[in-house]
Design a protein around this ligand. Structure first.
Ligand code: UTP
Length: 277
């Protein structure tokens, strides 16, 4: 029902310098797969087979990753090593990949608006690949859980997580009315509030389903915190006009935009996924 997923991948990834000087942050591997590969797999599991990337300068390796590598594939053809390409071949066989460039880094909201032409007039997923979400093998992926909720409410859905108060100033935070254990109707949102001004401890993480009216709202959004066009501000306007639901998802999220989170994700995936293959 929702067939498109947007990946804003234009950021500089300065927290990983010098590693990210010429390699996009999204191409850093957690064990044996780049972050962006996990993201596309998650979208596919939710039925989003059309992948739209908002890229920046020097991000060619992302489009190379989602393509055939003739020479190398020919070289390992018929050997045991070919097995290692099984997962990526499945993605390539089932998905489409489209790219556009965000010429200037004017913030996440601006990156999403830059992707409008690739999305059109339909609801779509957004994944920030540096938030790696892992669920148990018998559980739906986070994006699939969110699609279930979209079917119920037919409005924008944002994923949230409880975070300790001392970390809340790094996130967008919701003020919401609890509908059930895991679902909140968003009343207000604030980007990176000081801990004592945060309306709750419910932080927005890098998974969204957005209805297409978000594009007009983004066009009307003035630069906010940090001089950037904030996606949070446009979602906040959407919540005031109509309906935005926040969902406390089942699963684990690793903040792979930080070195600590990245190391934690690597250890977790090695023990719980890689060693069990
Ligand atoms: P971050 O705030 O994590 O920034 O962006 P960053 O540049 O990736 O990383 P650091 O902080 O310098 O280490 C959140 C997400 O929004 C995208 C980034 O690619 C990342 O997925 N983004 C941000 C854009 O695509 N364009 C922007 O103008 C800003």
């Amino acid at each position: 029902m929702i067939s498109k997923c947007l990946y804003p991948v234009a950021g500089y990834g300065t927290r990983f310098l010098p590693a990210t000087k010429s390699i996009p942050k999204e191409m850093l591997p957690v064990v044996d797969k780049p972050l962006i590969h996990y993201a596309v797999e998650e979208a596919m599991s939710a039925g989003m087979i059309n992948n739209a990337f908002v890229t920046g300068r020097g991000k060619y390796s992302i489009s190379d990753h989602f393509d055939i590598s003739y020479e190398m594939e020919n070289e390992i053809s018929g050997t045991g090593k070919e097995e290692k390409l099984k997962e990526i071949r499945e993605l390539l066989a089932n998905c489409t990949f489209t790219y556009t460039r965000q010429k200037q880094m004017k913030g996440l909201g601006h990156a999403v608006l830059t992707g409008e032409n690739m999305i059109g007039d339909q609801a779509f997923g957004v994944i920030l690949a540096d938030d790696l979400c892992i669920t148990e093998p018998d559980e739906d992926s986070v994006m699939k859980q969110m699609v279930g909720l979209y079917k119920q409410f037919r409005c924008s859905i944002i994923a949230i997580e409880e975070v300790p108060r001392e970390n809340i100033s790094s996130y967008g935070v919701i003020d919401g009315e609890m509908i059930s254990d895991n679902i909140f109707r968003v009343k207000d949102m604030v980007e990176k509030p000081p801990a004592d001004k945060a309306p709750s401890n419910l932080a927005v993480i890098g998974r969204y389903i957005l209805t297409p009216d978000i594009f007009d709202l983004l066009r009307d959004t003035q630069p906010g915190t940090g001089g950037e066009i904030q996606l949070t501000d446009a979602i906040k306007a959407q919540a005031k006009n109509g309906c935005v639901m926040a969902y406390k998802f089942k699963g684990r999220r690793f903040d792979c935009g930080s070195v600590e989170g990245f190391v934690e994700a690597t250890n977790y995936c090695y023990e719980n996924i890689y060693k069990k293959k």
